[in-house]
Design a protein around this ligand. Structure first.
Ligand code: TLP
Length: 346
């Protein structure tokens, strides 16, 4: 890449190996379950996460929506973090298209929901109230600065869900970053979940696509939801071929992105006008000191115009800049970013 794009890990491009595999992919019509490459991806994804079945979806947003539509009836409610991606950044698809009511709870600084809050939020069997059907967690948590949540916490929520007859869904868009951060097998992070969405196209570099996993019957309903959302692709094996490489060859290197994020945060923190707010997994948040030589918008503009470095002010939290490391951000890029930021702010 001629530019250095730190706006998100979603900007990562497919690798040369992915492009080659895509060109050679064996394909069929996936609506007939006839695409061998999609079938392989779904089987491998289900096995890797320790679930019965999987469905390839176009995006994380679609995976989460298919899950909610397959789990819940219209008029039912779900318990979900107030800063979760599903609630904040998926256009309220659950309500818009599924008639599902989000009951939001405060996300704690460690990216968890308090069990006591969950307990209190369950509606009693009362004809005035929507039926509480599901709990949704997010791992890693985007708005909490990319914090991973532990297997022990997820198990506790799963246990709570089982005791209360609730379903547990995990938005695991970056679940492999969480697994890398804790150094655990991904199965331990999702063991108690009924369903998990994860993305092939963020840190794992595939050009598009996510996977939703769960029990056979749930996946059958989720496939129906995918169809009505217009997400059933035909020769999707072209995309699944890149997804297979993402799944099998890109997970183990995510820890490198985390180390690079740490290095970048360390480098930036030595610049007096930079205030690092947090660094977790592949995320960094920082702000500029009040007396910085340029305001934030101008800073972002100059970085792009003069250095080909892309950063974006985080819309959710004004005054902050969010950076993400990924496959295409290497040590040389980090050095360039630190020196450009230093030059602009000196
Ligand atoms: N997040 C994107 C933007 O939408 C904000 C990003 O750049 O981080 N769950 C989580 C936790 C996510 O961060 C995202 C994408 C999604 C779901 C949705 O995935 P896509 O973009 O594939 O629909």
């Amino acid at each position: 890449m001629k530019y250095i794009d730190l706006r998100s890990d979603t900007v990562s491009h497919p690798t040369a190996e992915m492009r080659e595999a895509m060109a050679k992919a064996e394909v069929g019509d996936d609506v007939y379950h006839d695409d061998p490459t999609v079938n392989q991806l779904e089987a491998d994804a289900a096995a890797l996460l320790g679930k019965e079945a999987a469905v390839f979806v176009t995006s994380g947003t679609q995976g989460n929506l298919c899950a909610l539509l397959a789990h819940c009836q219209r008029g039912e409610s779900i318990l979900i973090g107030d800063t979760s991606h599903i609630f904040r950044y998926e256009q309220g698809g659950m309500a818009q298209l599924g008639g599902i009511l989000p009951h939001t709870l405060p996300v704690q600084s460690d990216a968890t929901l308090r069990l006591a809050d969950l307990e209190r939020a369950i509606n009693p069997d009362d004809e005035h109230k929507p039926v509480t059907r599901l709990v949704a967690l997010e791992n890693t948590h985007n708005m909490a600065g990319g914090l991973p949540i532990s297997a022990a916490y997820t198990d506790a929520v799963a246990d709570f869900a089982r005791r209360n007859n609730l379903i547990l869904h995990i938005d695991g868009a970056r679940i492999f970053n969480a697994a890398a951060a804790f150094g655990v097998d991904v199965q331990t992070l999702v063991a108690g979940a009924d369903s998990v969405t994860f993305c092939l196209s963020k840190g794992l570099c595939a050009p598009a696509g996510s996977v939703l996993v769960g029990e056979h019957d749930f996946i059958r309903r989720a496939r129906r939801a995918r169809k009505v959302l217009g997400g059933s692709l035909r020769q999707a094996g072209i995309l699944a071929a890149a997804g297979l490489i993402a799944l099998h060859k890109m997970r183990d290197r995510l820890i490198e992105d985390h180390r690079n994020a740490q290095l970048l945060a360390e480098g930036l923190s030595e610049i007096p006008a930079v205030d690092i707010k947090s660094q977790n997994t592949n995320f960094i948040f920082f702000s500029l000191a009040d007396d910085a030589s340029v305001p934030l918008d101008a800073f972002v503009h100059i970085l792009r115009r003069d250095y080909n470095i892309f950063m974006s002010p985080y819309t959710g939290e004004s005054g902050r800049i969010r950076l993400r490391t990924h496959y295409w951000i290497d040590r040389a890029a980090i050095a360039k970013v630190v020196s450009a930021v230093s030059a602009i702010l000196s």
